[in-house]
Design a binder for this molecule. Structure first.
Ligand SMILES: [Mn+2]
Length: 339
């Protein structure tokens, strides 16, 4: 249930109402927009006397929402959320954000070269995997703490923020110590509720990838878990879903971008690399994602894809990345965005 408060209502009146609602067993979250203030009621609202609330002179409207999520819902927060990183980089709103880098961190030289290239070409965030969730226990598992340090060092040198995946809550301290700018929750961990709760206790921006077979509602409920802990800084990432099609690694669901934009206020970016598993498809689908309304893209770039320790076949080369950035620069203003 959402209560819309009339413009210019005194703070005391609102607080008294919140107090009253809390005694009736619900949690109350406040969303302050440019003009209106909304109270989001979370929990069992059956004891709330809706007509009493409606009759209050400072209440404009009481809305019953069908969705099981509140904090992530557009109804509760009509304006787009813009997530601001520690260095001031903004994700969402008018901005388009390009996140790029190798699938996994391999060597310090690789990271320094790529970071310099990213910086020159204008990527906003550097990606790189240190803790790798691999389907096979015999595949390369990532350089872990050492890799994390390599990624952060190379990116800092170029003043680039970093995004990297966390696999378990016991590594959270390491991520915070290294001042990772965006903590990624991978597709396979989208419903790892312990992990969602743990990152929800921080105020770090979280990149939440859609699970392999997750519905949009399940995905937004995962975001709600993080937000319920008090962390509003959630960025969603569509990375392809599991279907019967085997030509591509996954099936890129661009309609999810539109659905998420309608249902939620959270920024959403698209990862065409994992969605397709095919290098040659990445640039076209990155552009398609922007046209569909995504707030940015995340692509895998490798200086020597044929030698990559992970996901080489879907990594684009630095030259392809330069070309992609050029076309995105042309596309951005047509889509009413800034790059
Ligand atoms: Mn990868």
């Amino acid at each position: 249930m959402i209560i819309v408060i009339k413009e210019g209502t005194e703070a005391e009146k609102m607080e008294a109402l919140q107090e009253e609602l809390r005694t009736q067993g619900v949690e109350v979250d406040v969303s302050r927009g440019k003009r209106k203030t909304l109270l989001g009621l979370i929990g069992n609202t059956s004891r709330i006397n809706q007509s009493h609330v409606k009759s209050l002179d400072f209440v404009e409207q009481v809305i019953r929402i069908d969705e099981p999520y509140t904090r992530a819902s557009r109804a509760f927060h009509p304006e787009d959320t813009v997530v601001t990183l520690a260095n001031g980089t903004q994700i969402g709103g008018k901005k388009l954000t390009v996140m790029a880098g190798p699938c996994s961190v391999e060597t310090p030289e690789q990271m320094t070269t790529l970071a310099a290239h990213m910086r020159k070409t204008g990527a906003a965030v550097m990606r790189g995997g240190a803790f790798k969730p691999r389907t096979s226990p015999y595949s390369f598992q990532g350089l872990k703490e050492t890799g994390l340090e390599m990624l952060c060092r190379a990116a800092r040198k170029e003043k680039l923020p970093v995004v990297t995946e966390i696999m378990s809550a016991d590594k959270l301290d390491v991520f915070l110590q290294q001042e990772v700018d965006i903590i990624q929750i991978g597709a396979r961990n989208m419903q790892n509720f312990e992990l969602l709760r743990a990152v929800g206790k921080t105020r770090k921006p979280i990149l939440l990838k859609r699970g392999l077979s997750a519905t949009i509602e399940e995905w937004l409920m995962a975001a709600e878990y993080i937000m319920a802990g008090g962390n509003p800084n959630v960025i969603l990432c569509e990375r392809g879903i599991r279907t019967y099609e085997t030509y591509t690694r996954n099936t890129l669901d661009l309609s999810a971008v539109l659905a998420v934009k309608r249902q939620s206020h959270l920024p959403i970016i698209v990862d065409p690399s994992h969605a397709t598993g095919k290098r040659w498809m990445v640039p076209a689908l990155a552009k398609a994602a922007i046209v569909a309304g995504a707030d940015g893209i995340m692509v895998e770039v490798h200086n020597n894809p044929s030698e990559a320790l992970c996901d080489g076949e879907e990594s684009i080369t630095p030259d392809m990345f330069d070309e992609l950035m050029q076309s995105l620069r042309q596309l951005a203003p047509i889509c009413g965005r800034e790059l």
